[in-house]
Design a protein. Structure first.
Length: 201
């Protein structure tokens, strides 16, 4: 969808791959099970930094003018640039080594570990928002963007993250809405592999 992902390679390697600087993340540990609500690594403005995974849409309203109440961890690509609740959001990239999905019944679920066959990084397209709370507290937030699944994961889940090719990162981060929208499509078939795992439950 994703609901959990992992980033286990050294953060210095991620920064080198992206040509990015580190904003206080030099001691970032390997993370095998990153969950919503946690601080996650994002790329924005040429820097790897922390943001909270999950947008608390304070003061945002839906099409009916009512406050949006739920925390948003994934935004649908089909509506992310159209919904009033997302008006004025920024864009970022969430690097990952892969993600997890679950299938089956409760208490008998199978956990799937999904990652690139070539061992490379995945780049989740993401949107960002800033919450300025009473008392001067500022919280930078991020939500990943999802689309229809490709053939590699279609039998596991009905949605997948929008993954960007390395050469498309600048367009996603700095291009027009039209240019960014053109990137929100399923990842090419055959590049991902899914395997059962017991690393997490």
């Amino acid at each position: 969808m994703p609901g959990r992902y992992f980033l286990t390679r050294p953060i210095a390697d991620v920064a080198a791959e992206l040509g990015a600087s580190l904003e206080g993340l030099e001691e970032e540990p390997a993370r095998i099970n990153v969950a919503p609500g946690e601080q996650v690594v994002v790329l924005q403005d040429g820097t790897l930094k922390h943001m909270r995974w999950g947008i608390l849409p304070v003061a945002r309203k839906n099409a009916r003018g009512r406050p949006v109440m739920e925390t948003i961890i994934n935004a649908r690509s089909e509506t992310v640039f159209d919904k009033s609740a997302f008006e004025g959001v920024g864009r970022a990239v969430v690097p990952a080594d892969g993600w997890y999905e679950w299938t089956g019944e409760k208490r008998k679920k199978t956990v799937w570990r999904i990652a690139p066959k070539d061992g490379g990084l995945l780049y989740f397209a993401a949107i960002t928002d800033r919450w300025e709370a009473p008392g001067g507290i500022v919280l930078d937030q991020v939500a990943t963007v999802t689309c229809e699944p490709n053939a590699d994961v279609r039998d596991i889940h009905h949605r997948m993250g929008v993954f960007l090719h390395r050469d498309d990162l600048d367009t996603w981060l700095h291009g027009s809405v039209e240019e960014a929208s053109a990137l929100m499509r399923p990842y090419p078939d055959g590049l991902l592999e899914a395997a059962h795992t017991t690393d997490i439950t």
